[in-house]
Design a protein around this ligand. Structure first.
Ligand code: FES
Length: 122
């Protein structure tokens, strides 16, 4: 399911396109892949407050930080809590029918290019 794209650097990971809305956590690489409102985003799993690993709560359709209880929508937008911003994202693109995520690059939550970082899916 998870693999390194051929010819790419070690920080590039490919994933199949999720077929349903929700989140998949790649624990080894600290990436949360989410499909939400016709978009797929690759979120950095570390909470933007103190770096605790954020979890997905499917029954509430939200992301949750257990350390200080910050919450985020499925696409990483901050709802409430001590987190000072929305969750950070990684650049993501479609290539050969797969999603390719550049985990070496972090786009800070709510910063320049954050809102447009994602891939539109059918
Ligand atoms: S580490 Fe996540 S809210 Fe503090």
């Amino acid at each position: 399911m998870v693999g390194t794209a051929a010819g790419a650097g070690l920080a590039t990971i490919s994933y199949p396109i999720p077929t349903t809305d929700g989140a998949t956590i790649d624990r080894a690489n600290k990436v949360i892949l989410v499909r939400y409102q016709g978009m797929v985003h690759a979120l950095a799993r570390e909470c933007p407050h103190k770096g605790t690993m954020v979890d997905w709560q499917p029954e509430q359709n939200r992301l949750y930080c257990p350390k200080h209880k910050s919450t985020f929508t499925a696409n990483g937008t901050r709802i409430q809590g001590k987190a000072p911003r929305s969750m950070d994202r990684h650049p993501i693109r479609l290539e050969g029918g797969k999603l390719v995520v550049d985990t070496a690059t972090v786009i800070e939550g709510d910063g320049a290019n954050w809102a447009t970082t994602g891939v539109k899916v059918g």
